[in-house]
Design a protein around this ligand. Sequence first.
Ligand code: SF4
Length: 324
Amino acid sequence: MIHSAAPPGEFAGRRYHAWNDWVKRVHGGRLQKVSVDAGFTCPNRDGTLGVGGCAFCNNDGFTPAYLRRQRGILEQIDTGVAFLRRRYPGTKVFLAYFQSYSNTYGKIGRLRECYETALGHPDIGGLAIGTRPDCLPDEVLDYLADLARRVPLELEIGIESCNDAVLRECLRGHDFACTRDALRRAAERGLSVTGHLLLGLPLETRESLIEGARALADLPIDALKFHQLQIVRGTRLAGRYRADPASVPLMRPETYLDAVADMLERLPARVRIQRLGSEVPLEQRVSPDWGLRVSRFPALLDALLAARRTWQGRLFRPRDQYIA
Ligand code: SF4
């Protein structure tokens, strides 16, 4: 097999496959997700698997301010679209983004009602649906595949870590085999899947992240979102950090971007990178405060990849043929 000695042309001058560049190519402009809170819960909160949630989770930390007063789906979309139109005037397409908690955790009838309500809004051109891998029974995937034949649909699966010890430590309630299985069953139905990753969880190491990238490289994933671990008020991790800060070692920005670069090198060029980080509002964040806007991450990552003379996919080989 021949591998390129430079970043592929589809990277549009960058050293990684940026989702925004791909969106511009496919949609001819900006695509924006309008967050919707449809009132779902998750099995790690309602007592099915646990009640306290994953150790890092307090959904308020990840919910846009315009959603914090619960309202109906159409009203949330009205507010979100108006806000995003002011902020990003060139937006071509809006997707309703079912973001909070596990948005496939419910009876098909309820899922159908929520998604169809959003699709009935005149500004909404498709759906993005966030969930856990253990909330995707075949019946739900079949329904999503039907929907995806009608409208653009992105299924976002919370992977968080590919390491079972890390998943256990953060009380996630499922293992990586569950993620593999969900990804394969979604791909069998032709669904477009984005994986959500959280780098820096307790017990995660540079080696385990690299091993995770190798595992992901072999799976049918269309896009990935990278996030740095932030300790959010009201989470179990916040309690642990306050009691013993050394028990939750936090990454520095340079360590984090290095880890992202390590993973990108081992991921195939086809995987689009949708996010490189996030910012929990300061009033909800216990730590860290990097003093660095997330909007700077793409340029910093590109500079780092250039300094390392590397790019996404440089070390990717089909399973069992990695060179580093
Ligand atoms: S991160 Fe997701 S799965 Fe975990 S407790 Fe929060 S909503 Fe539930």
